[in-house]
Design a binder for this molecule. Sequence first.
Ligand code: SAM
Length: 284
Amino acid sequence: MANTPAGRLYVVATPIGNLADLSPRARAMLESCTLIAAEDTRHTGAMLRHFGISRPLVALHDHNEQQRAPELVRELSRGAQIALVSDAGTPAISDPGYDLVCAAAAAGIEILAIPGPCAAVAALSIAALPTDRFCFEGFLPARGAARRARLEALRDEARTLVFYESPHRVEEMLEDCSEALGAERAAAAAREITKLHETVYRGTLGALAVRARGDPDFRRGEIVVVVAGAAPAPATGAADVLDRLLGILMAELPLKQAARLAARIAGARDNEVYKRALKLKPQD
Ligand code: SAM
């Protein structure tokens, strides 16, 4: 009896807007696999038709992934070559796929990446913000209080932050970011990447929030928000210098303005310098 070929799971990235971004290797895999597990079979079906590809499709989305993953693992154990795709970009990145990848790994199935587009990495690469260390935060909670709590927890994160957001929430999301992380924090919003209306807005969080409120285009299409990490806290030895600086500035300027200026000169966090300034303020 001929040996059954080993089943493999291929995690295949697909375009995030421009169909020319489907890699030749991804295309070849979609053409040759036994089965395509897709987040939305109609959406993927349309892409496959565009490329003249016809393969069996099964749905694998957030609501059925846990049940479907074991069935697909059984197919893989029998030698199936399964391609996993989502509607756009890289599967399992704020998209279905994680449960299937875990189930396949637990069953000892070989899992191979066919890498390609990912909106988070694409936005980071054009944001003009530090790329050496970054944190992918996916979607913030949709509800205001939970979103603000999450942002508070991220306030001192020094790595660049990358968020996905829906266009109808981006205005309030930027307002909350500006409030929690500081209006002066550098940020960028990349919308419609690889599409006709691709635009990158760069500026401070405060300025981006104002832009989002006033410019309806800002709130159209898909968007990734990239935010600079927190400035490092001043070294202990620098605390005396900061206090002296604050003393000089507070003698000439209102407390808030003095604190903001001192934070900028010292490269320190606005809110920490402000707290320091409150302590130094002469009591009436
Ligand atoms: N797995 C996908 C990836 O690898 O990019 C992400 C899927 S997630 C459900 C969808 C979010 O990705 C959108 O809400 C938006 O934040 C971002 N996104 C996807 N395509 C985009 C594009 N062309 N331009 C900007 N953001 C995009």
